[in-house]
Write a protein that binds this ligand. Sequence first.
Ligand code: HEM
Length: 332
Amino acid sequence: MKINTSFLLFATVLVVLIGTLSFEVCDGALYGKALKLKFYEKTCPEAQQIIKTVVEDNAGFDAFLGALLLRMHYHDCFVRGCDGSILLDPTSKTEQVELQAEPNLSLLGFDVIDEIKTQVEAACPQTVSCADIVALAARDAISAPFGRQMWKVPLGRRDGRVSRASDAIANLPSASSNFSALLQLFVHKGLNLIDLVALSGAHTVGVAHCGTISRRLFNFTGKGDTDPSIDPTYAESVKAHCSVNSKNIVEMDPKSSFSFDNHYYKNLIQKRGLFESDASLVTNPFSAKLVNQFQNADAFFAQFAKSMKKMGAMDVLTGNQGEIRKNCHLRN
Ligand code: HEM
């Protein structure tokens, strides 16, 4: 028993260290080297402006569309890399694509991607990938209220031809994940502890369905109880929106869920993270330290920009790999 406990402690420290050190190695060295900021400069110089205009026309001045597109981009990147596979429709009754996997059923914003693709195809046929469109649209939607680009998006991703629901289930963490499960998954993707804490800050925007937190609120240990790690006043206010079996939605960052800011981290230190995965970020000393650092908005924005660039370059297809889809929903 003693050996097991020591071993577990050793393994956790090792994962944290690898996770933290891998930051330097993976930040550009292993990932996305082929991606370039000016990739479409000669082949489709108008692409980025078209994307920005369509996004801004649809976004208004809050982060509502940003939340949808940011989550779409993340769900694309974590499953077979950022290859637009999240957009593919099934082509037979038996095919189960990523979109049909449970965590993806609540994704929205595809109409905006379609509008962009139609306009970009009209300007430059079969030149700009759907994967790049999703990456740029997510950035531009979050950036719209700021009037400046919140992170850089190197380009040149190609579109994948494979999309499997089972890959989405295996690669997207659940809201009830604990810290070590989250860290393991992120490290497996070439991300690290810093990226985990920074990218989770995306939960400063958007909404969640009550079903996602029902167990945490109403039946945490199977005895009709609430997770004791959640602030009781906050738990009551969430319960006021989310009765048992409710199909309602709830703001991820109450009263600030349409503004991209560092309020998420202010919630975390008050035990007001919505998911167990959010709350878990203060259960590890390394990540808790970052949560404290991100109480400073500029520190959060700077790290979020770095981590988004890294996530956006994960396992990308480049060069002659994959294809440039004509229609984002269908393989050519
Ligand atoms: C760390 C592990 C993560 C877990 C366990 C997780 C889980 C979830 C869940 C369960 C929802 C609510 C879905 C619903 O009920 O409709 C959600 C929403 C969201 N997630 Fe995450 N997520 C994680 C990381 C991320 C990352 C890395 C990003 C982006 C960089 C992100 C962006 C978002 C956004 C923006 C929403 C709100 C979407 C909307 O308003 O429709 N999440 N996440």
